[in-house]
Design a protein around this ligand. Structure first.
Ligand SMILES: [Zn+2]
Length: 70
């Protein structure tokens, strides 16, 4: 039972870690952050694509969640 609990906790932590990182087009005209680097919304990006935490994407870069990949 303890082992199962440990696996469950590890799964929650790893899921939270993955969910916390997003892709952002480092351009002033981009408005969204993306779950994957291959999102259609990032195809048009002519600037650098940066991998940052979701918190930074919202508070520092003022992005919102992409409607295609979220
Ligand atoms: Zn997207």
């Amino acid at each position: 039972m303890k082992k199962l609990l440990a696996i469950a906790i590890a799964l929650i932590i790893s899921t939270a870690f993955v969910a916390d990182n997003v892709y952002v087009c480092d351009s002033k005209t981009s408005v969204a952050y993306h779950a994957t680097k291959d999102c259609k919304g990032l195809n048009r990006c002519t600037h650098e694509i940066i991998h940052i935490s979701k918190t930074d994407a919202v508070s520092v870069y003022n992005k919102r969640a992409c409607k295609i990949c979220y």
